[in-house]
Ligand binder design. Structure first.
Ligand code: C2O
Ligand code: CU
Ligand code: CU
Length: 495
């Protein structure tokens, strides 16, 4: 089930249309899906990550200036394992500070990589992370104070895969780069010279929306895969975009994992929404030998559709060919490759929700956007827009909440306008309500992002098992990175 939702005040139809029609560049020769190099850190060997400027060819023959971790754009996929130590060695080769956060990791505040842990130019940071949580698809990305949106947009993000013994024993595709693919979905705008266009100052209420979808840094790439079951580790790594993910031929797929790991059982879907920061692992069956085109349609296209975007999206697919969305990624089966054909397991994980009496307290969070002191200038005053949670914008010197370790809490979250993906560090949580409704089956697993809006409360139950001090607190924030950078973020301790 996908909600229909109201978006923010602004949003021009022309701009939105340009996005899904894609640029002329995308019509050039199809490109292979780049598979980030896999670095296995599960044996405790240090993983070196050089934060550096680079170049990347998004567009044929054009070198775009970018940032990356030990590569031109994005970073290697880091593999680790439950009950192992992950030793990261960052070095900052940029002329500006960078903080790097492990999104989705259950680690103490002093190794979480929040903005307090910024690495100065020329310096390093070597956190050792004890991985205690179950298998999940997580990620690492810039979390620099006021600069997260810009640095992620230019490339400072990568995937982390956590394995565990339980997941290893399940019949799931697990050959990295073969039938288990990292799929980092982002959107980017390029200028006439092929440079990335980004401006926090010029971003409107929706945040910075790119015009062209890139998958692992490639426009409309093709991946050759076995003609069997293929697992996609989808990561919405966009700054601000909500996508509807589906296949062009409407083929069903199964969602097997959400942000924090496996669902109780595979959930059959034909389309799903992905908010910024979210991860969804899906398994799609290609044993029919037909190519499968993955669509990542801009959810904001269906703003004005009273029937909600499922029907709007289906009408779009059934509509005139030239208005149909272009595939973001094509999976091309090769019958010569050994394929995973085993049926999906009927059950995947045991998810235990706390009983009502175990929930010790409730906290409320209200996310708000108001025109700031700068008023309505040339850009409608967006640059001066104040973004707050419970009336306060992010202040590095203020601890907004103090949480007791090991105790379940209910957090209720709501916005004064629009939809926001709310993210919490240092935990996975369970969703009790999404925008006032019961969470659909594919949102009933472990999560670290919950979508909320201005209609009704979203509610999560959460427990923190690791400490975070006032010196190195955890963050909760909106994962629209321009909202985060403008202050829609708070700090909390766990003790
Ligand atoms: Cu993915 Cu605080 O971030
Ligand atoms: Cu995070
Ligand atoms: Cu927001």
């Amino acid at each position: 089930m996908i909600h229909s939702r109201r978006r923010f005040l602004a949003g021009g139809a022309a701009l939105l249309a340009a996005g899904y029609l894609q640029t002329a560049w995308a019509k050039a020769a199809p490109r292979r899906l780049p598979i980030p190099r896999l670095v296995d850190g599960s044996d405790g060997a240090p993983v070196d990550l050089q934060i550096r400027p680079g170049h990347w060819s998004f567009l044929p023959g054009v070198k775009t200036p970018t940032l990356g971790f030990s590569q031109g754009y994005l970073g290697p996929t880091i593999r680790t394992r439950q009950n192992s130590e992950l030793h990261l060695r960052y070095h900052n080769g940029l002329a500006e500070s960078v903080a790097v956060h492990g999104h989705g990791l259950h680690v103490p505040g002093d190794v979480d990589g929040g903005p307090q842990l910024a690495i100065a130019p020329g310096e390093g940071w070597q956190p050792t992370l004890s991985i205690v949580q179950p298998a999940a698809t997580c990620w690492y990305h810039s979390h620099t104070h006021g600069r997260t949106g810009d640095q992620v947009y230019r490339g400072l993000a990568g995937m982390i895969i956590i394995d565990d013994a339980m997941t290893d024993s399940l019949a799931l595709p697990r050959r990295y780069g073969v039938d288990d693919l990292p799929v980092i979905i982002q959107d980017r705008t390029f200028d006439a010279a092929g440079r990335l266009v980004y401006s926090l100052m010029d971003a409107d209420e929706d945040g910075w929306l790119g015009e062209t979808v890139v998958i692992n840094g490639a426009i409309a790439p093709v991946a050759t895969v076995p003609a069997g079951k293929v697992r996609l580790r989808l990561l919405n790594g966009a700054n601000a975009r909500f996508y509807i993910v589906a296949f062009a031929d409407g083929r069903p797929f199964h969602k097997i994992a959400s942000d924090g790991g496996l669902l109780a059982a595979p959930v059959p879907l034909t389309e799903m929404e992905m908010a910024p920061g979210e991860r969804c692992e899906i398994v799609v069956d290609l044993s029919d030998g037909q190519p499968a085109e993955l669509l990542t349609v801009f959810e904001d296209q269906f703003d004005d559709d009273d029937e909600g975007f499922v029907s709007g999206f289906r009408n779009l697919l059934a509509g005139p060919v030239d208005r149909r969305p272009q595939p973001a990624l094509t999976l091309q089966p090769d019958p010569g490759l050994p394929a995973h054909r085993a049926p999906l397991p009927a059950s995947l994980a045991t998810i235990t929700r706390p009983k009502a009496h175990e929930i010790a307290r409730t906290r409320d969070f209200i996310l708000a956007m108001q025109p700031g002191k700068g008023g309505h200038g040339a850009h409608g005053g967006h640059a001066a827009m104040d973004m707050t949670i419970n009336g306060a914008a992010m202040d590095m010197n203020v601890i907004n909440e103090r949480v007791e370790r090991g105790v379940w809490e209910r957090w209720r979250i709501k916005a004064d306008q629009g939809a926001h993906p709310f993210h919490v560090h240092g935990c996975s949580f369970l969703i009790d309500a999404m925008e006032g409704d019961v969470a659909p089956p594919d949102q009933r697993g472990w999560k670290d992002v919950v979508v909320l809006d201005d209609d009704d409360w979203s509610e999560i139950v959460v427990r923190f098992d690791h400490p975070a001090s006032a010196k190195f607190p955890y963050m909760y924030h909106c994962h629209i990175l321009e909202h985060e950078d403008r202050g829609m973020m708070g700090q909390f301790t766990v003790s």
